[in-house]
Design a protein around this ligand. Structure first.
Ligand code: MG
Length: 298
């Protein structure tokens, strides 16, 4: 198994206790563009997307083997695990968000907004009230590379919420260029959303109301290397974002306090293991992991 020296770069004293294994393991390589890592503690496996190859792969922690979980996979991109342990998928090719049930059937959660097809859902997260929140940029319809080229029916790239009671799909933010990764704060009072296409690329922070609406939306942190993609929060409230040179870590006040340097352009990350202290990072052609001294939220 391949390994890479771990390099945590401390930019602020608050980052000094964020570290982990001296070497990170490269679990898999040879993909075109990895994304959408999601860990299932009950089964001890990680799923991740290889978007341009239209497949979702599965790394088995008990054997170290990687196999195909689903192919074709509707050009799946981001994933999450809901409170019941079910897989939620953004399928760029099918232009929908789905849930895979325990018996393997696939339930469509979102496909259209007011009769018009979504662009290509990119990343998704569940709130503890059961609502599903996702971003809908155009990467899956811009070309045939990671989906099917098509015109946008909606004409813009929004952030949506699927209501847990009536299933209605509503816009929660409509002033993004390319909304991408998203993550709730630990107490779910805030939602962080990356906008990849801004100059510079940045993350915005919103207040979340009980009725599922958002307010605020100021810029929380900007990217100094490439564009932000996936975003996750740890139990200390730090915000971790995937960028070109690695993971960027922001304190809750928005200060960039450190980075985890990576050998390939990063797309996303997730925390796994029974205690959420195994970090999994999708980066270009590969997937990396290391055990760290901090824990993912939820
Ligand atoms: Mg993404």
């Amino acid at each position: 198994m391949d390994r890479v020296k771990t390099e945590f770069v401390v930019l602020d004293e608050r980052f000094s206790r964020c570290n982990g294994d001296e070497w990170m393991q490269r679990l898999h390589t040879g993909c075109r563009w990895t994304e959408g890592p999601v860990y299932f503690p009950a089964g001890r496996y990680l799923l991740f997307s290889d978007i341009p190859n239209d497949r979702t792969l599965r790394w088995d922690e008990t054997t170290g083997q990687v196999g195909v979980f689903r192919q074709p996979a509707g050009y799946a991109n981001g994933h999450t695990r809901d409170r019941a342990g079910r897989l939620i998928s953004c399928e760029q090719g099918h232009r929908r968000v789905t849930r895979t049930e325990p018996d393997g059937r696939v339930t469509v959660l979102a496909e259209r907004y007011r009769g018009r097809k979504l662009n290509s859902p990119n990343d998704v997260v569940e709130r503890s009230d059961g609502s599903i929140w996702f971003t809908d940029p155009s990467y899956g319809i811009d070309s045939d590379y990671e989906g099917y080229r098509a015109e946008s029916e909606i004409g813009a790239c929004h952030v949506y919420r699927v209501d847990p009671v009536d299933g209605e799909v509503r816009i929660v933010a409509d002033d993004f260029e390319r909304p991408n990764g998203l993550a709730f704060s630990v107490d779910e009072s805030k939602l962080y959303i990356a906008d990849t296409r801004q100059d510079p690329s940045h993350i915005r922070v919103f207040r979340v109301s009980g009725d599922g609406s958002l307010s605020g939306g100021k810029v929380f942190g900007t990217c100094d290397d490439g564009g932000f993609d996936g975003v996750r929060v740890d139990t200390a409230g730090r915000v971790w974002a995937a960028a070109h040179d690695g993971l960027h870590c922001f304190a809750p006040d928005g200060t960039l306090i450190g980075k985890l340097q990576m050998p390939e352009i990063c797309s996303n990350l997730t925390f796994g293991g029974p205690r959420g202290n195994e970090l999994f990072i999708t980066a270009s052609s590969s997937v990396y992991t290391l055990r760290v001294t901090f824990n993912g939220a939820r």
